[in-house]
Design a protein around this ligand. Structure first.
Ligand SMILES: NC(=O)c1ccc[n+]([C@@H]2O[C@H](COP(=O)([O-])OP(=O)(O)OC[C@H]3O[C@@H](n4cnc5c(N)ncnc54)[C@H](O)[C@@H]3O)[C@@H](O)[C@H]2O)c1
Length: 281
């Protein structure tokens, strides 16, 4: 790796531009290219970022010599390009809900022979502690409950969306079950649950539980509650338990809480220097 970490960014929306603006202030980082499916948006950004290459396609990425590519666009980007990116450089995957697709997960895992797949902890508080418990197989149960205003939920067609469409003034549970299924129905909202499934890898996407709640009274924040249980202690019979509640200020109707932006940037700064594999950062 050259002294500056050479970074490409896929997706130039709210999060992408926040990251670019902050990377440009860091001496150790160089933003070498940007790409977005919305080429009109990209053209508008040529004035804001005159010294960064704007790509029309993701062909020939290797020639650009990136050290790290950051996806902050859509889970489809990983489906379409994740494997080829990992053959070239490290990959920070901002939309890890895509990993609920078992075949994609296997394919990307098999691609991490030379480079690393980094999963940002984002709004997932305590991820490192939970990962350590998973490594030691002392993690018995993990549940992530996320509550949003109905207008902040960007859902794909299915049961969860149908229930959300019917919410009027009552707080409503849209989904309560394994994280794998909700990742497919609410891919933009539950990246934190996907990060939990990666951290709690002894339980994984089928064992980690996710609960998604729509609350019409919650118009200025999102709530993320994480509950962790350890294996019962053989000598005392007691059980380790931690519950955290993150109150994440958010603009009305937005998917991403404001505190998640700097948290994600912190993850980006941590996405380097690990041996090949999948890492939470
Ligand atoms: N892991 C986390 O903690 C975390 C936190 C916030 C956002 N996210 C995820 O990051 C992504 C971006 O979030 P945002 O708040 O910036 O959203 P945004 O809607 O503001 O921006 C998304 C950008 O990506 C582009 N885009 C959409 N689909 C694309 C595709 N298939 N290929 C290429 N570009 C595409 C859009 O044109 C837009 O410019 C979302 O998937 C979101 O779920 C993850």
């Amino acid at each position: 790796m050259s002294s500056k970490q050479r970074i490409g960014v896929l997706g130039c929306g709210v999060l992408g531009q926040f990251l670019i603006d902050n990377m440009l202030k860091e001496d150790s980082l160089e933003v070498i290219f940007l790409w977005d499916i919305d080429q009109a948006r990209l053209k508008e950004l040529s004035t804001k970022y005159p010294n960064i290459l704007l790509l029309e396609s993701l062909e020939n990425l290797q020639q650009l010599g990136p050290d790290l590519i950051v996806e902050v666009a859509h889970p489809d980007v990983t489906r379409n390009y994740g494997f080829q990116i990992l053959e070239i450089c490290d990959y920070l995957m901002g939309s890890p809900s895509a990993l609920a697709d078992e075949q994609l997960y296997e394919k990307l895992s098999s691609a991490t022979t030379q480079h690393s797949l980094y999963i940002p902890s984002g709004a997932f508080w305590g991820g490192e502690d939970i990962r350590k418990m998973a490594d030691l197989k002392t993690l018995e149960k993990l549940k992530v409950t996320m509550t949003f205003h109905p207008a902040s939920l960007k859902l794909v067609a299915g049961d969860v969306r149908d229930k959300n469409d019917k919410v009027t003034n009552e707080r409503t549970i849209l989904y309560d079950g394994p994280v794998r299924c909700v990742c497919k129905q609410a891919p933009n909202n539950v990246n934190t649950m996907a990060a939990a499934a990666i951290a709690g890898h002894n339980l994984g996407f089928d064992g980690v539980l996710g609960c998604l709640i729509s609350d019409p009274n919650l118009d200025d924040r999102h709530i993320v509650e994480i509950e962790v249980w350890g294996k019962p202690d053989v000598s005392t019979g007691g059980q380790f338990h931690v519950r955290t509640v993150r109150s994440n200020p958010a603009l009305f109707g937005q998917v991403t809480g404001t505190a998640t932006l700097p948290a994600f940037f912190g993850s980006l700064l941590g996405a380097r220097g690990k041996k090949p594999g999948i890492h939470l950062c």
